[in-house]
Design a protein around this ligand. Sequence first.
Ligand code: LP5
Ligand code: MN
Length: 261
Amino acid sequence: MNKARLPGVLWIASDIHLGAAVPRTAGAFYDFLAQARTQAQTLILCGDIFDAWIGDDHALRQPPAWLEDALRELRLTAQAIPLWLIHGNRDFLMGAALARALGAQLIPAPIRLDTDAGAILLAHGDEYCTDDVAYQRFRCVVRTPWIQKMFLALPLPLRRAIARWARERSRRAHGTKPMRIMDVNRDAVSRAMASAGCETLIHGHTHRPAVHTVPLGDHEGRRYVLPDWEFDHAAPTRGGWISIDTDGIRMHGWPPAGGSP
Ligand code: LP5
Ligand code: MN
């Protein structure tokens, strides 16, 4: 089990899905980053920060304008507070070169964090969607190191085309899969929490923000689900994060209700 001690004020967000098509979402997220820089002591971005990541070289060589903006904002954040990044199912190809360029840390997940609010298991969440057999098969293939190496050796335009095709396939698959299949599997969650020795799990991925109880033998745990961010194609807009400190674990919407969290 991956583990880290993480005292202090911790903020966690996920599923921002930054890309060329979401300028308003990016703007809202950059406002959030600016607040995190002054109010959090560590920020964790818990996967799917990007709509698709096709290799660090894409970002570091000649990034398009939207990506240049994203890199600048993330770098600014990492200069102010520790910035930890976790892989999601769309940006699992984020690598060491990107982390270095940002001054961020790419951390392995699921990870047990020993925080001021107790032990917390943190994961993107897709690993617990075990009823989605087609997805788990896809995941297994694209997480295979030699397949990733081959993909990263392809010319950028071809990688871009494959990513576009995979996103399109995924969008279509969403339309046909029952909602239940695309949620986490309860047993997978209980098992993961028990084996990590955690009564709290925080994850994103499903875009269904909520707090659930989880049966853990003779007692109950809690599962916090982070929201996705969407300010371009949704009304009302969506976005939010979780804060962890000595007062406990709290979920917040973005923008904050009274103007400040
Ligand atoms: O992301 P979201 O929310 O739409 O849906 C996810 C699952 N889909 C995915 C696919 C990603 O969206 C696409 C990511 C592109 C990344 C860059 C390209 C990288 C290629 C790298 C090769 C090493 O994760 C979706 C789940 C849903 O969450 C809910 O949990 O249901 O799963 C699917 O849609 C999977 C389909 O059922 C089958 C997908 C077939 C796609 C085939 C593409 C193959 C490309 C392989 C290249 C080697
Ligand atoms: Mn996801």
